[in-house]
Design a protein around this ligand. Structure first.
Ligand code: DC
Length: 209
């Protein structure tokens, strides 16, 4: 049976890049589960409703199809805020669970906030990828700049911290490391070093030499 690899952690810790590279190296499918919450937020906005309306968000979550994850408007401050709001709602989380579990069943790398704790508690390997708030804000700021979005570093850092606080304090599947997760702090690591370390951890957990 193919392995399931769970990668959780706060925003801009580098888990998306890591997950993608690990999936490619191991020949596994990859799902960025943040896209599900982002797409639900967008569908609510498309319908002219507000993302803090649980009934609207839950209805949107039930209509979500795989093609919604390929939308080109899932990044940016508006989508960030909407996704964090809908992610607090137990009804939305429940509606998205079956999709994630079906995806995981083929053997896959999934990254998000609750993969090791809720979506795939029996995952073969769990990584909790983190970095200092300052390092994460800087990475997000550089990413925004590369997409031509100008925003002051201090604003980026404040928004990131507000979103982390919301993700960690919510009652439904809060952001936290699973008890059996390996914590990988990437504050002092560049993308290459973080990938090398993550691959080492995954291969040793999977019993590769
Ligand atoms: O990883 P991201 O920034 O794309 O996630 C968008 C939002 O969705 C963020 O506020 C956290 C939330 N999320 C979640 O609650 N559970 C997941 N498995 C993935 C993301």
């Amino acid at each position: 049976m193919k392995p399931v690899i769970a990668i959780d952690g706060p925003a801009a810790a580098g888990k998306g890049t890591l997950a993608r590279r690990l999936a490619a190296a191991l020949g596994l499918a990859h799902l960025d589960t943040g896209l599900l919450y982002r797409a639900v937020g967008r569908l609510v906005l498309d319908a002219g409703q507000t993302p803090d309306d649980p009934a609207a968000a839950e209805a949107a979550a039930h209509t979500l199809v795989a093609a919604d994850l390929a939308r080109t408007d899932l990044r940016g401050p508006e989508a960030d805020r909407a996704s964090s709001l809908v992610a607090k709602m137990p009804g939305v989380r429940a509606a998205l669970l079956a999709f994630q579990r079906r995806f995981a069943a083929q053997g896959a790398v999934l990254d998000g906030r609750d993969i090791g704790t809720v979506v795939a508690p029996d995952a073969s390997v769990k990584l909790f990828v983190t970095a200092s708030p300052t390092a994460r804000a800087r990475r997000r700021w550089l990413e925004l700049q590369s997409r031509g979005v100008a925003a002051p570093l201090a604003t980026v850092e404040a928004e990131l911290q507000a979103r982390d606080a919301q993700d960690a304090a919510r009652e439904a599947a809060p952001l936290k490391a699973a008890a059996d997760a390996v914590v990988l702090d990437t504050t002092e690591l560049d993308a290459e070093a973080a990938f090398a370390r993550a691959l080492e951890i995954v291969q040793s957990r999977l019993g590769f030499t």
